[in-house]
Design a protein around this ligand. Structure first.
Ligand SMILES: [Zn+2]
Length: 434
């Protein structure tokens, strides 16, 4: 790959292809192309599976390239307050063992505690490269991960992950209504300046403090393109987002932010404003990939009927044009243990109604480790019983009847003003990172 290193086996794989190509190449033009395609078809596994590991944590196996998104497995007690809390490395190891023990790349969509909290632990246990915001890399460095094992991205980067898998980074926005003080606090694109300082006693960072876990300058979404003998497959992953700043980013008044969040920006935090909208970033990535639709959009599912997930879907659906949608981040990331499995019932009828009205198949998970097989013809569900059994999870979660009444929206609702920028600044140039 161009921008970053992957473990040795992928380099070896690339060398194998190269040798095969060179060998056949001596036979002349037409034939060498045919032989090369045959060699490629025989060598590539050509399969895509996506396993939902709670919240916005996924395990992808894309043509044999193993990718974890976010990977938040530790559960922080509800009454933790702002106390430093160490990652549950044993829990991460148990999940890692259950999915086969190997990960090549960890992509982290943003740097809040319910997303990047265990990124460093996954990196340490697997040796995998981390790709994420600057804040994600600084958090990992604070936990002992070498700087060289994390590549910080701003959006507009192209990664060749090997085995016919490409990834484009899309600068994205964070959820929250910017018209309210809590919404500004949630959504302001905040980055760390230096690594946060772990607690000297337990080595933990403070999971619910923006001073340790800011969102990382909004968020990063990832567009995966996977070679397949029939046609290329495309998966879009975004772990947050909102409609209010999708069309045009809004500058955050630093004084307003400090007044309403009690967070000083002069210490180790800065607001990183982006002049390019999430929409423009998305359009640039899709144009670079040469597509006007994706096979599946893994997107947010929290909120209620008029909530932020549905609003964002309304704004972005006509650009992404997914053939299927799988919501995430609608479960309870504050449950006592990952190994309790899914403890919350799906209730976002607004989002379900939206996709139904668009005639887009919509999958709702029944348990952690539910698996989806993506093929050119569509998505097949796999109950993934062996992996669930290894984690002590029943195949389908048994959810208490009163769960629905206890659910509140995780994010404030969005007022969704449509101020579309008529003037577009320079778009990201994906070719710069090739
Ligand atoms: Zn967040």
């Amino acid at each position: 790959m161009q921008r970053s290193r992957l473990p040795g086996k992928w380099m070896i794989c690339g060398v194998t292809f190269f040798i095969a190509f060179c060998g056949f190449g001596t036979n002349g033009g037409q034939q060498s192309t045919r032989m090369w395609q045959m060699a490629e078809a025989q060598t590539l596994p050509s399969s895509v599976s996506m396993t939902w590991m709670s919240v916005t944590n996924w395990f992808f196996d894309m043509n044999g390239v193993k990718i974890v998104t976010d990977g938040f497995i530790t559960r922080v007690p509800r009454d933790n307050g702002g106390a430093p809390f160490p990652p549950d490395a044993a829990a991460v190891q148990r999940v890692l063992d259950a999915i086969g023990g190997e990960v090549d790349v960890i992509v982290t969509g943003h740097s809040h505690g319910d997303h990047s909290f265990d990124t460093a632990t996954w990196a340490r246990l697997t040796g995998a490269l981390v790709i994420g915001a600057r804040s994600t890399c600084l958090q990992a460095m604070a936990q002992g991960i070498p700087e060289s094992q994390c590549t910080s991205v701003e959006g507009g980067e192209f990664f060749d992950l090997g085995n016919g898998v490409a990834m484009r980074v899309v600068r994205w926005n964070h959820s929250g209504d910017i018209n309210t003080p809590p919404g500004v606090r949630l959504q302001a694109p905040l980055e760390l300046i230096n690594p946060p300082v772990p607690d000297p006693v337990n080595g933990g960072l403070r999971p619910s403090f923006l001073t340790d876990f800011p969102n990382g300058g909004g968020a990063r979404a990832f567009l995966f393109s996977i070679d397949h003998p029939e046609r290329q497959l495309h998966v879009f992953f975004a772990n947050t987002g909102n409609a209010g700043t999708f069309e045009s980013p809004r500058n955050v008044d630093e004084r307003f932010f400090e007044e309403h969040s009690s967070i000083p920006l002069d210490s180790n935090l800065e607001i990183v404003t982006d002049t390019i909208s999430a929409r423009a970033h998305l359009e640039a990535a899709m144009a670079d990939a040469g597509i006007d639709s994706v096979d599946v959009w893994l997107g947010i599912g929290f909120g209620t009927t008029s909530g932020s997930s549905t609003n964002l879907a309304r704004f972005a659906a006509h650009i992404i044009q997914p053939r299927a949608y799988i919501p995430h981040h609608w479960d309870d990331f504050r449950a006592p243990s990952f190994f309790d499995g899914l403890t919350r019932a799906w209730t976002n009828e607004g989002l379900a109604e939206f996709w139904t009205s668009m005639s887009v198949p919509f999958f709702i998970q029944g348990q952690y480790m539910d698996k989806y097989i993506l093929e050119p013809s569509g998505i097949t569900f796999d109950i993934n019983a062996d992996v669930k059994a290894a984690l002590g999870l029943p195949d389908v979660a048994v959810i208490p009847m009163d769960t629905a009444s206890r659910i509140e929206a995780d994010e404030p609702e969005c007022l969704c003003r449509h101020d579309i920028n008529s003037q577009r600044p320079d778009l990201p140039d994906f070719s710069a990172s090739r």
